[in-house]
Design a protein around this ligand. Structure first.
Ligand SMILES: [Zn+2]
Length: 380
């Protein structure tokens, strides 16, 4: 728009000038407001409560009775187990698997204590083995004998710790890779005895990556600096993970449970390929529910396809944390909080799994692979 001043009367253009100046003045005020405020907020403290109003279906009791296949309890040899049994009932946990049998003496004491208190149907124990003495001449023979004896005493499986595939060294000071040939006799024996091998290999891959603004586990590594690994400390992540895959492939008659979704919960395409290639491998949900809860559609497809290969486990036993697992698996809730910000600075979405899949994940698959559990405690 152009205005022809000469054709206007004086009061008109005075008015116009006043109008233009006031426009300029208010524009400049507006300009000042667009400058960012000079305040700072750090990543750790910025965690505003959500204002989103959507249906909420918190779950403190699982929809079906379940088996927690991944738990650690150090004092079962002499502890009063009644409080644990009470907590299990409030969660609808029918069976808990303590992977930390430690050694023959502790394991048999645990089994005896469980029996004495009448919980032999509810609480089971897995064996552990020592691999630091692997270079001893009679190591394989003795370890196999230990397993046979412990299974006879009540052990239901073998647990391999991440420390064993990462930090345990032989008498010559070398790291013992978990696919060491001397261990072959052990994997074969587990197959023969009909017990599963529950194996935790490595840690989240981010622990091996640079600790900077591109690392999704930055906060965890800041709070737990001992978890940080250099790129080849004690070996590259892919090497340690690959050593576990190698034993799964070479022992097809043994059932392996790859803990924590084999640390591929953030790449379900890849995990699916591994499950396709390795029919004797199962995966377990411990400590990766936050990965599933950020990809509810993809994760649900994965559960639909691999519903016969997934078992429920939690790892650290904190009763109040199970609610998040139930809610992610069972509901269609949106954008609800996870309980540990250093695992997930994002929020959760439910997978809304159908009952038949929930039953398999909660107990049917575990009943298939752990020997001598009482299936009559669970629905059809
Ligand atoms: Zn564990």
């Amino acid at each position: 728009m152009s205005c022809n001043l000469s054709s206007m009367k004086k009061p008109d253009w005075v008015l116009l000038l006043v109008f233009c100046f006031s426009l300029l003045f208010f524009n400049s005020l507006e300009g000042q407001r667009r400058e960012p405020l000079d305040i700072r907020m750090d990543f750790e403290s910025y965690d505003p409560p959500s204002t989103l109003v959507v249906p909420e279906n918190p779950k403190y009791h699982a929809k079906f009775p379940f088996i927690d296949m991944h738990s650690h309890h150090w004092r079962w040899a002499d502890a009063d187990l009644s409080n644990l049994a009470y907590e299990m009932d409030t969660l609808n946990m029918k069976i808990i698997v303590n992977l930390s049998g430690r050694n023959t003496e502790v394991l048999t004491n645990m089994v005896d204590n469980i029996k004495k208190q009448g919980y032999e149907k509810r609480m089971v124990v897995f064996s552990n083995i020592d691999i630091r003495s692997i270079l001893d001449d009679d190591w394989a023979e003795n370890t196999v004998k230990q397993l046979e004896y412990e299974v006879q005493k009540g052990s239901r499986g073998l647990k391999i710790y991440k420390s064993q595939g990462m930090f345990h060294t032989d008498s010559a000071g070398n790291r013992v890779p978990i696919n060491h040939p001397k261990l072959d006799a052990v994997w074969e024996k587990c197959g023969e005895l009909g017990i599963p091998v529950f194996i935790h290999a490595a840690d989240p891959k981010q622990f091996w990556m640079p600790l900077d603004s591109t690392n999704e586990r930055w906060l965890e590594l800041k709070l737990r600096p001992g978890r940080k690994r250099a790129a080849d400390d004690p070996a590259p992540w892919e090497t340690i993970i690959g050593e576990a895959h190698d034993i799964f492939r070479r022992h097809p008659n043994t059932t392996f449970v790859n803990a924590h979704f084999g640390w591929y919960a953030n790449d379900l395409d890849h995990l699916g390929k591994l499950l396709d290639e390795i029919p004797n491998m199962y995966v377990e949900t411990g400590a990766i529910i936050a990965e599933l809860g950020r990809q509810p559609r993809r994760a649900r497809q994965f559960f639909e396809k691999y519903q016969d290969r997934i078992v429920f486990g939690k790892d650290a036993y904190h009763p109040e944390e199970y609610a998040t697992y139930f809610r992610v698996l069972e509901t269609a809730d949106e954008y609800f909080p996870y309980y540990k910000r250093y695992h997930a600075f994002w929020r959760m979405y439910g997978l809304d799994l159908p009952d038949e899949i929930l039953k398999k994940v909660y107990y049917k698959n575990a009943l298939k692979i752990i020997p001598r559990l009482d299936a009559s405690m669970f629905p059809e």
